[in-house]
Design a protein around this ligand. Structure first.
Ligand code: BDR
Ligand code: CA
Length: 317
């Protein structure tokens, strides 16, 4: 496809992050130029290693991986999500190591260089804590206008939190960064729990991915940890693929129904810390307003993901 949109993924793999990376590689609408990594589901060294290995799994070690922030901006955040994603972040599956090392550039520099070098606007999908994005906006304001769309997975408008009663994991992991990013003027779409929680990949979908070949079998094995966690923690038989839904919106803009709202983040130390406070009283015209995803056709989104992963697995062999 001649007019593929350049894409950068900022990520903390992470099971659903791994699926999101594979979905990007499976999607002819976008050209994945760079993956940057951040602290989050597991620590930075592991998220970086996992990103390299996921790209290698798909035969795409040509995509550079640059490591970013190892902790949040202001208050250290040592808590990880190994109980959800497995201690290594990929559900206990040991992927073969990549033949290439991480890019020597710090993530923020790599991001700035990719953005400023691109003749056309770049889509940035940030599916971990948003520390790298906040640093980019602060350190390289000249790069910000090159971001055509910033698609964030995180936050919640009306579903409460998933890591505390109030806060979603990515926003909670670095509330100060989340606040800076969500109040910037970069065109931003927020894909939060309101649309991700109803979007569940069930056992049948995982079985279809597994049947599609080596990459599919491996992706399904990685998902097994997620399925087991969902069953024991929530009594459900499917998994919420948060980050893959955000990537779907990045790949096919308009997949989700959005409304432009003002959003701020609670950065106080109390029980609300990390909550995204979405003003749902009115549509906003402010330059800092955010397109908040409020509606989703979940069965269609899951079918899109499964079909794309099947196609990738068949193509890679
Ligand atoms: C988010 O938190 C992480 O555990 C997932 O990878 C996703 O990005 C969901 O709250
Ligand atoms: Ca993530």
């Amino acid at each position: 496809m001649a007019d593929r949109t350049p894409l950068v993924i900022d990520t903390d793999p992470g099971i659903d992050d791994a699926l999101a990376i594979l979905l990007a590689l499976a999607s002819p609408e976008v050209d994945l130029r760079l993956v940057t990594t951040v602290h989050g589901n597991v620590d930075l060294a592991q998220t970086t290693e996992n990103a390299l290995r996921v790209l290698h799994l798909a035969g795409r070690s040509d995509v550079p991986v640059a490591a970013g922030a190892r902790d949040s901006l202001v208050h250290p955040q040592p808590e990880r999500a190994g109980h959800v994603h497995g201690a290594s972040g990929l559900g206990g599956v040991e992927l073969p190591p990549s033949p290439v090392p991480a890019d020597p550039r710090p993530a923020v520099l790599a991001l700035a260089e990719v953005l400023t070098a691109s003749p056309v606007p770049v889509t940035v999908a940030a599916i971990g804590p948003w520390t790298n994005i906040a640093l980019l906006l602060a350190a390289h304001p000249e790069a910000a206008p090159r971001i055509g769309r910033l698609v964030l997975m995180g936050g919640s408008a009306g579903r409460g939190g998933n890591v505390t009663a109030a806060a979603e994991f990515n926003a909670w992991s670095d509330p100060e960064a989340a606040h800076a990013v969500l109040t910037s003027t970069v065109p931003t779409t927020l894909v939060g729990l309101d649309v991700t929680l109803p979007t569940v990949l069930d056992e049948d979908g995982v079985a279809r991915i597994a049947a599609a070949g080596r990459v599919g079998r491996t992706a399904a094995a990685i998902l097994r940890q997620y399925l087991d966690h969902a069953r024991s923690a929530h009594g459900t038989t499917g998994v919420v693929v948060h980050d893959a839904l955000a990537l779907t919106e990045a790949v096919v803009p308009g997949t989700l129904g959005t409304v432009r709202r003002d959003v701020v983040v609670d950065t106080t130390p109390g029980p609300g810390r990390g909550q995204t406070i979405v003003d749902r009283r009115a549509v906003s015209g402010a330059p800092t307003a955010v397109d908040v995803a409020e509606t989703v056709d979940s069965p269609a989104a899951v079918e899109f993901l499964v079909a794309r992963l099947e196609a990738l697995a068949r193509a890679v062999g």
